[in-house]
Design a protein around this ligand. Structure first.
Ligand code: RIB
Ligand code: CA
Length: 310
């Protein structure tokens, strides 16, 4: 069963691999882009270029150019100045729309029950939730890559997507629909390495080539920036697979709070892991904390997705 989804992202290396998996395993109603890994101009152009490479005429609409309140940050040291360092992408042959928030809202008015998958800062999702109070209730749910239960990557405590716009993450975590968090503690269970490179080299086509270029670039540069993972985690495709391959994942409903203050802790996601103090005791609203994945099966799915273009 191919779930029907909306995607919000900030391509970005791992967002690109997520897009390959989305095209292979889901019916994507549209893609919105957000300021994140790099600026909105680049994330939008990258989304169009990746779709062009795959021969995919999915609608693409640009969203927010900066966070709700936080000063913009980027991850160009990881993804390169244009966000897709080390890859070969075509020049987009079509423009993007320029009202991503309006597109998200209208898409859910046209069709209820869509899954919204977010793999960048949550600015667009938060704005759609604030502009239209009925937006959340028309969604099947929101699954996002962000946060984590065991520390951060952009700071010792905070993960990049949440750190980039903590206020937006706090709004999403209280949305009136099922919300699922795929944090670093989950995505670190699915990493790229030479074994995956070898498998990709045996697959022809543009999707395998792009994924291989990304992985070669990340492996070559790994260690230049802080990470608690020994190998480059494939963050964003994991969040996509949590919707298309839910049988590979385990999750629990837990209160999760975003730290908005704190000189060292802003952007931290505090996952209530004390069993006795879960929502049954505190009565607090809960988020589905996606905490375990069959990593080998997830890698198999990524290779399978790439092979769709061979
Ligand atoms: O912390 C990892 C997340 O930040 C991923 O979505 C990556 O693309 C960056 O946006
Ligand atoms: Ca991303």
């Amino acid at each position: 069963m191919r779930p029907r989804v909306l995607i919000d992202c900030d391509p970005g290396h791992d967002d690109a691999i997520m897009m390959v998996c989305a095209a292979a395993f889901a019916d994507v109603v549209g893609i919105t882009t957000v300021n994140g890994n790099v600026g909105l101009h680049h994330t939008t152009r990258n989304a169009l270029a990746i779709a062009e490479l795959l021969g995919w005429d999915v609608p693409v609409h640009a969203g927010a150019a900066r966070p709700l309140i936080a000063d913009p940050v980027d991850a160009s040291e990881v993804h390169g100045e244009d966000g897709m360092h080390g890859t070969t992408l075509p020049t987009p042959s079509r423009p993007a729309g320029d009202d991503g928030i309006g597109f998200l809202i209208e898409a859910t008015r046209q069709e209820e029950g869509l899954h919204l998958i977010a793999t960048g800062p949550l600015t667009n999702v938060a704005l759609a939730l604030r502009v239209d109070p009925g937006f959340a209730r028309r969604l099947a749910g929101i699954t996002f890559m962000g946060g984590g239960a065991l520390g951060g990557n952009v700071t010792v405590a905070a993960e990049f997507n949440v750190f980039a716009d903590p206020e937006a993450a706090a709004i999403v975590l209280t949305a009136e629909c099922p919300v699922r968090m795929c944090g670093l503690d989950l995505t670190h269970q699915v990493t790229g390495n030479d074994a995956l490179l070898q498998r990709l080299r045996a697959v022809a086509g543009p999707a395998a080539n792009l994924t291989r270029e990304i992985l070669e670039t990340e492996l070559a540069g790994y260690g230049r920036y802080a990470s608690a993972a020994a190998e480059p985690p494939l963050h964003d495709p994991v969040a996509l697979l949590a919707v298309t391959h839910p049988h590979l994942f385990q999750e629990e409903l837990r209160p999760i709070h975003v730290e908005l203050a704190g000189s060292h802790s802003r952007g931290t996601t505090h996952v209530e892991r004390r069993v006795a103090a879960g929502s049954a005791v505190t009565g607090e609203p809960t988020t589905s904390w996606v905490h375990t994945v069959d990593g080998a099966a997830a890698i198999d799915a990524i290779v399978e997705a790439c092979a769709r273009w061979s």
